[in-house]
Design a protein around this ligand. Structure first.
Ligand code: FES
Length: 80
């Protein structure tokens, strides 16, 4: 399957290694960062903002952005 990036939003979830390669493939197809949505659930443990396991910089993945665009993910990566 080769989806067109025109008027399309791609949503990914699953194991981090699969997401990594899916993001790369979507970029090669021409998807804009804002039109790729993904999850960061692997970082979470309690999912209610108590354990602190999921923090990236000053934010918590579970409370602030469990689902984000690839553009947001790139910004978060700068805080890792
Ligand atoms: S998963 Fe525990 S604080 Fe986010």
């Amino acid at each position: 399957m080769v989806p067109s990036p025109e008027n399309t939003v791609a949503v990914t979830c699953g194991p981090p290694i699969m997401i990594k390669f899916t993001l790369e493939a979507l970029k090669k197809l021409g998807f804009e960062d804002e039109n790729i949505i993904t999850t960061l659930e692997k970082r979470m443990q309690c999912v209610v903002g108590i354990c602190g396991r999921c923090n990236i910089g000053a934010s918590y993945v579970c409370k602030d952005h469990p689902v984000c665009s690839y553009a947001q993910l790139k910004q978060l990566a700068n805080e890792l």
